[in-house]
Design a protein around this ligand. Sequence first.
Ligand code: ATP
Length: 618
Amino acid sequence: MADLEMQNHHAQISPAIFARANLPLTLKFDDVVYKIKIKAPGGSSEKKTKSAKKEILKGVSGTVFPGEMLAMLGPSGSGKTTLLTALGGRLSGDLTGSITYNGKPFSNATKRNTGFVTQDDVLYPHLTVTETLVYTALLRLPRDLTKAEKVEHAEAVIEQLGLTRCRDSIIGGDFLRGVSGGERKRVSIGQEMLINPSLLFLDEPTSGLDSTTAQKIVSTLWDLANGSRTVVMTIHQPSSRLFYMFHKVLLMSEGNPLYFGKGSDVLTYFSSVGFAPSVAMNPSDFLLDLANGVATGNSNEDQVAIKQSLVNAYKTQLSTVVKSELAADGRLQASTDDRKPERWSNTWWGQFSVLLRRGIKERKHESFSTIKIVQVLVVAILAGIFWWQSSVDHLQDQVGLLFFITNFWGFFPLFQAIFTFPKERKMLTKERTSGMYRLSSYFMALTVGDLPMELVLPTIFFAISYWMTGLKPTAGAFFSGWFVILYNVLAAQGLGLAIGAVVMDQKTATTFGSVIMLAFSLAGGFYVQNVPVFIAWIKYFSINQYTLKLLLASQYTNNQTYNCGTNQTCLVRDFPAIKAVGLDKTGTILAAVLMAVMLMLYRLIAYLALMRVGVTKK
Ligand SMILES: Nc1ncnc2c1ncn2[C@@H]1O[C@H](COP(=O)(O)OP(=O)(O)OP(=O)(O)O)[C@@H](O)[C@H]1O
């Protein structure tokens, strides 16, 4: 009774926008088999392995009509998530059998009408609930809606999911207090609801939540199903209250279906095949026991035998019923989505500007962190003190200073950039899988968003240390030196982005980054001047070498001299560390050109590496 009240309550407050699905979809899956390759020991030698195939799904069938909510139950590893992913059109590989949506295979039109809520809530921790949903609305809703209408949709979702109380709270994360787990889950559901999906897939939407919150979420899903939507979810041990809210239940064990049909008929069915619960118990506990091969009263039989007899019972008793439902025409005429299949809901610029604003908001705490500013200020002042008013006559010191600046502004931006993509990996996968935006607009937004701070910090550093260390006091030398540093930052940032995107793992990327940067630094020409020929080629890739060359050119002229002993003058260009790098004009121009090439090339590598993230069937 209380349940019904709750359901009615939700139904009453549902804003009109989400009252019904635009395109009710009947989901049918027939004999779905999924195999993966595994390495199996074989051959004559112990070490030899050959690949074998393992069946994860062993012929699962069923029909879910609009207005129905299907729960997939089963022990851990029984294949629920795999089946859900397959039904959601996100599983590629060795998948056979047929999965149709209103009688048609998965298409862009189906994708546009499908919401998929993954088990992990992948959300930006610093955004508020409202911001999260508004940005998603701006990115996902079609371009024929105005911005105000999209915001209105987000507001409606907030209202329908009961998120009004926490609408201005931040999402939070591991080390950041934010909304509760249940609220976070509802935000994830809300992101999918925004597109008013006809089909909604959810992977364990209630795991980790208390039973009251779980109940609220399932009630909301029940409401959604009630609006002619097809809802499919995996769930771990629902309470009996929840269990009876599901219209249909699929019980799985090791990839085999053990039951498919109405939740209310499940106990009758298992009693009819000889497995009745001996005491009154939560049906889902009973079903999970069965799927694990545990049955009261049959304790003599071993678990494998029980599971096998349940698989056989399904084949002889239920399979034909399930197949006949599959063969039926369905309650609805197969309607189609007549809208022109546009790949993207927004223009490139539209996506770029929303992603830029969202990125700046999410990362402003990080990019403008006080600790980072203090770090740069301290290093600038330290350098200023150590090299206080250095003069050309102490050439070794001055070249050392220029090389220090080169190195610092190589390492610093590289390690800022290296984490960018590994940190974004889950979000990028989630959003690209649901076709939210183009990779190019995302890439540009992310790299441009970080630029201001990336360029402000070296500028502050250079302005402080330049005058303290007494480098060439002309505007020309200062500005050209400043440009060189910014140029260096952009190239090093590009390298960091590329390493991060290729490796996609923070730890490995850091290791790679330090090794590469150290190699570049060693090849920079300052530490070693007589590099063995077989390794000398590294200098052609060394950002540090080119930067040092350009910085030297900004400070010294080709014919400049310095005091190299009592009453003795020498040519600057003959000083060993300078000679190794060179002060010649052609070399300097070439260095500038090659830096520009690297700046672009590294970004291109990063972009190409990202193309593999979030790629699924269309
Ligand atoms: N790509 C893969 N490579 C190796 N094993 C896989 C792969 N995909 C699925 N499996 C295996 O298939 C089985 C089913 O996995 P699945 O995630 O679908 O189970 P599940 O029922 O959702 O489990 P859980 O409830 O723990 O999430 C597991 O044994 C899993 O290890």
